[in-house]
Design a binder for this molecule. Structure first.
Ligand code: ATP
Ligand code: MG
Length: 265
């Protein structure tokens, strides 16, 4: 099981779209956790166009944690994402609930890790860094934390100070290899080499700039013909391979035999 956490510094670079796209194309069962403290599930309102009636979510787990039933309640609040092997754990309904989530993040990280038993990998949409109620403990518990950014100068200027902060924090805990960048719309105008040079964090993966395919994920737009061969779906599949190589290399570095912790493979 791996815990992959996506977050951003500024400007809605595509964290939710990317996290959902990765979960849908993930080669094993995945649990997508909407941990963005902004409130109101972007996925229920976006990809599902507000048409599914799933009322359970993270806020129920805050209660479960208080009652000592977090691990057993976790599978009860998720919903299947049709047409995929992925499950969704919807986020809060309102930003005012984010305060109640603060005591949840640490134990939730543990409960998500325990999903190893069910063979699920976990992909987290952590929203923007620094928000009230932000799931920082999940970012730091990640096997791979990805700072999502676009490749424009304003995006990089906005990401720089957060990149410095994250890099320092991951260095301090000896977990530098667990931090990477995911660039949405590379070459607009900067390429991965320039982005990693500016932000001083390696680029783990890049995604194509493909607004039409992105709307399928972010707004529930109908899939255009040949969607799977469009540039965003193709680059999502390539990103999954790149993410898995980093996870594999990090595990090897820690001396974990390949396959260990992957009993479901
Ligand atoms: N690869 C892409 N190519 C083109 N457009 C994209 C891509 N990824 C996302 N988008 C578009 O960018 C917009 C913002 O995406 P999204 O909501 O995923 O960002 P976010 O980082 O989660 O934002 P927020 O911080 O506000 O939650 C959406 O309109 C989405 O369709
Ligand atoms: Mg979002």
């Amino acid at each position: 099981m791996s815990l992959i956490v996506l977050t951003s510094a500024n400007g809605s670079p595509g964290v939710t779209t990317t996290a959902l796209g990765l979960a849908l194309a993930w080669p094993r069962p995945a649990l997508l956790v909407e941990a963005d403290p902004t409130g109101a599930s972007g996925i229920l309102a976006g990809y599902f166009r507000g048409e599914v009636n799933h009322t359970a979510g993270l806020i129920d787990l805050a209660m479960s944690h208080r009652q000592g039933t977090l691990a057993e309640d976790l599978p009860k609040v998720t919903m299947a994402i049709p047409g995929s092997a992925a499950q969704l754990l919807p986020g809060t309904r309102a930003h005012s609930q984010s305060r109640s989530l603060l005591p949840l993040w640490e134990p939730l990280a543990g409960a998500l890790r325990a999903l190893e038993r069910t063979g699920q990998d976990v992909i987290v949409d952590a929203g923007r860094l620094g928000l009230n109620g932000a799931p920082e403990p999940l970012v730091h518990a990640a096997d791979l934390a990805l700072l999502v950014t676009r490749s424009t100068l304003p995006a990089l200027a906005g990401a720089k100070s957060w990149a410095d902060t994250l890099r320092a924090e991951f260095e301090r805990t000896g977990a530098s290899a667990n931090l990477g960048l995911l660039v949405v719309g590379q070459g607009q105008p900067y390429g991965p080499r320039e982005v990693s040079k500016v932000l001083q964090i390696p680029v783990t993966a890049t995604l194509a700039w493909d607004p039409v395919s992105a709307e399928v994920l972010s707004r529930g737009a109908s899939q255009p013909r040949k969607f799977e061969s469009a540039s965003l779906p193709r680059s999502l599949r390539a990103a999954i391979s790149e993410i898995q190589s980093v996870l594999h290399a990090n595990r090897a570095e820690l001396g974990v035999t390949p396959g260990e912790g992957d009993h479901h493979v």
